[in-house]
Design a protein around this ligand. Structure first.
Ligand code: GRF
Length: 199
């Protein structure tokens, strides 16, 4: 199955998918392209290190948002993906992309949706919200991407304990290690194996 992964940052979720493929846990998966809005994303280096086409499509290099949206759509269509994975992609996916790849886009969010999600909840801000509210359990969610923000059908979730003394950074790392890096590759495996229908 041809997969395109969209990233913005360090790419540890992308790496988790690479590692699962290398361990033989996702037979049939082929990451055909990695796209980032951020030219400095280390995730692009991770892709290049594996000989995977790494493409930067940055909003900053287009005259307006519409032009960026069209370029992102074309960058996705060109690699003919059957599945698109948003792995720490901090761009609101344009409607034209969501309609072109209806029910073929999944996202990893670092909380238990519907808590601590939606506008303004991304990266460390999610964990700051968790700690500020004082919840004792958080986690991660994989969901289909629809035209809302973090509103698509939930596919998988994994809970993680909040511990005394947690900082947003400590909690983020625990959620990545104990939840994100597990449920995202597992969801990709299910989709590639045909155990979870897409499209
Ligand atoms: C992760 O916390 C992910 O849940 C969130 O953004 C971060 C991306 O991390 N969407 P990485 O780029 O996969 O390391």
């Amino acid at each position: 199955m041809r997969i395109c992964v969209c990233v913005s940052g360090g790419g540890t979720n992308l790496q988790a998918i690479f590692d699962a493929i290398d361990a033989g846990r996702i037979p049939g998966a082929e990451i055909v392209r990695v796209i980032s809005n951020n030219p400095g994303a280390f995730a692009l280096e991770r892709a290049k290190n594996r000989g995977i086409e790494a493409v930067c499509i940055s909003p900053k290099t287009f005259p307006d948002r519409e032009a960026f949206n069209e370029a992102l759509l074309q960058g996705l269509k060109d690699c003919k993906p059957e599945l698109i994975v948003l792995a720490g992609f901090l761009v609101n996916v344009p409607v034209c992309v969501i309609r072109e790849f209806k029910n073929r886009i999944i996202n990893i969010h670092p909380s238990l949706i519907p808590s601590f999600c939606g506008k303004g909840y991304y990266g460390l801000k999610v964990h700051e919200g968790v700690l500020a509210r004082g919840v004792k359990v958080t986690g991660a969610t994989v969901h289909f991407v629809d035209e809302g923000i973090d509103t698509g059908k939930i596919i998988a979730q994994k809970a993680v304990c909040v511990e005394d003394g947690d900082t947003p950074e400590i909690l983020q790392k625990r959620v990545m290690e104990q939840a994100e890096w597990i449920i995202l590759p597992e969801t990709v495996r299910k989709i590639v194996a045909g155990e979870l229908q897409i499209g």
